[in-house]
Design a protein around this ligand. Sequence first.
Ligand SMILES: Cc1cc2nc3c(=O)[nH]c(=O)nc-3n(C[C@H](O)[C@H](O)[C@H](O)COP(=O)(O)O)c2cc1C
Length: 392
Amino acid sequence: MKHITCIEDLRQLARRKVPRAFFDYADSGSYNEETLRANRADLEGIKLRQRVLVDVSARSLATTIVGQKLAAPFALAPIGLCGMQHGNGEILSAQAANEAGIPFTLSTMSICSIEDVAKATGKPFWFQLYVIKDRGFSKDILSRAVAAKCNALVLTVDLQVLGQRHRDIKNGMTVPPEIRLKNIIDVASKPAWAWSILNGKRKTFGNLAGHVQGMENVNQLAKWVGEQFDPALSWKDVEWIKKIWPGKLILKGILDADDAKTAVKLGADAIVVSNHGGRQLDGAPSSISALPAIADAVGADTEVLFDGGIRTGADIMRALALGARACLIGRAYIYGLGAGGKAGVAKAIDILENELSVTMALTGTNRIADIGGHVLVGGAGKKKAARVKSKA
Ligand SMILES: Cc1cc2nc3c(=O)[nH]c(=O)nc-3n(C[C@H](O)[C@H](O)[C@H](O)COP(=O)(O)O)c2cc1C
């Protein structure tokens, strides 16, 4: 990985190593991908303030979120089918996160199960829940997360119905993949990937297999999943989860200040300002443009996390300057996983940490807690910088 110097390098390598259907699944956004593009464009539009001759020899990236100490202000986001980018992808990513001292979040829709990850890592991780129509299943999986000692629950609230990704349909991206000659030829040309998948613990939704009655084969399971997202989901379900989950609760997928206030009222310990990486409501504002108003609305009682478009350490700095306490990293680490398994995830984390550290130095910042609007051009003197004007 010597010649890999940035997340885009990992992306290009993943594109060559991972079959097209799975690479596109990770890379794409919903519909016209307007929101996907806005996430990046708006971050890049925020200019950092260069400061000189500040002693930055004692910089630290360490911080605390939901009562947990982190070596750097970011966590690995929940990624469905993570284990299809590389065999045992969830285990390898969790191990890389543990070694880096940051949290890993396991998706409900993962390939390795909660138990697989707990057994292989022996360390607590965060669990992400989709509340589906079968509330009994949700309750049961939460008990499993408690038994596995998951130390925070990330409740995703922006997926009552699925946004369509054109590339997934065109690629026959289902679990297992639709058997098409094109896909077979593609997989045959990616032997390292195929080998890792064949040797992986599982090839289907690990959290569901064996836990949904009568759904033993992969096709039945995939169909069941498709039918289980619940358009009737409401704030009442959040109240219910709050009652039955004993630990920290993080609400993910908030993009509106009014929703953020409701989340606070219901006792969320943290929220994630997120548009699901541009994979749900296309035409929604970029996450970064929504962040300042939400951070203002929430106040000090609830921690504000952020995701959407983070590809550099400078992006993390921008989000922190606009009111986030920490970020979640989605594709940035998934590209690493596809590019090189555990070493690739570790590389992605390392790149972001180094970039953030240098960005801190060149903006005259020593501690994460010192990052504020003053590190942005035009943001000086403000608690949080002014709203980002969306460029998209
Ligand atoms: C391939 C892929 C799968 C995802 N699966 C989930 C999921 O299962 N649960 C969830 O809450 N979010 C999921 N997300 C959204 C991410 O957790 C995160 O919000 C998003 O990736 C952040 O944007 P970024 O990829 O630009 O960093 C997924 C994102 C991607 C790219």
